[in-house]
Structures are given as structure tokens and as C-alpha cells.
Write a protein that binds this ligand. Structure first.
Ligand SMILES: [Mg+2]
Length: 124
């Protein structure tokens, strides 16, 4: 079976490397974007199986990038999962309203990351 391709959009290098490590350990192929506009470009050109996206990002923030991806018929079908430290009440609702299908909070919990990714890929 071909490895699922996950586009990881994260500007913090430490978070990026940790999440990449955890995803690759599960057998996923990780595509890399470091800001929101690069994330949008890569989602359109690479058509990954899943986009995992930080919310606080340079250029285009995660909320706005999610709205743009869901509004574009070319990318609307790609599952979108937010990775974020924004865990105040209302943040989850705001992320889901922006177009995210799921939500992982920082600090990263390995079990919940794996479960959320698996569920999002299956729900595709
Ligand atoms: Mg960030």
C-alpha cells in the first residue's frame, strides 16, 4: 500500500520536527510547509491525503488558509486538522467553523495525534 501523504504546515522548527518524527514513525510521508501561503500552494499542487496545520502562522494564518482550502473545489475534499496551542473555550468552535475537520492541541499527545490523523484519513 502506498504511504498516505500528509502536508504539515508549521512555522515552529521544534514542533515541526517532533510532529514529522511522529508521523514518519507511523509510516506516513510528510510534505513540508513553513507558512500559510506555502501551505496553500502545496495543498493545491501536491493534493496530499491530509493537511495538518498550525493556526498561528506567518503570511496567511491557519483559520484563513482553512477557509480558502474549503472554498476551492480542488482542495475542498482534503481533510484538514488544526494543530494549535489555542485551547481556550471557543477556539475549537472557531477552528471548526473555519473549515477544519479536526483539532489537536499542543503540547502534542502522541496517542491523540495518531488517533486524530487516522480518523481524518479514514473519513476522507
Ligand atoms: Mg505557529
Amino acid at each position: 500500500m502506498k504511504a498516505c501523504r500528509i502536508l504539515l504546515v508549521e512555522d515552529n522548527p521544534d514542533n515541526f520536527e517532533l510532529i514529522r518524527f511522529l508521523l514518519e514513525r507511523e509510516g506516513y510521508q510528510v510534505l513540508e510547509a513553513r507558512d500559510g501561503s506555502q501551505g496553500l500552494r502545496m495543498a493545491r499542487s501536491e493534493r496530499p491525503d491530509l493537511v495538518l496545520m498550525d493556526l498561528s502562522l506567518p503570511q496567511v494564518d491557519g483559520w484563513s488558509a482553512a477557509t480558502q482550502l474549503k472554498a476551492d473545489p480542488q482542495t475542498a475534499g482534503i481533510p484538514l486538522v488544526a494543530i494549535t496551542a489555542h485551547t481556550l473555550p471557543g477556539d475549537r468552535k472557531r477552528a471548526l467553523e473555519s473549515g477544519f475537520d479536526g483539532y489537536i492541541s499542543k503540547p502534542i499527545n502522541v496517542t491523540s495525534l495518531n488517533e486524530t490523523v487516522k480518523k481524518a484519513l479514514e473519513g476522507k
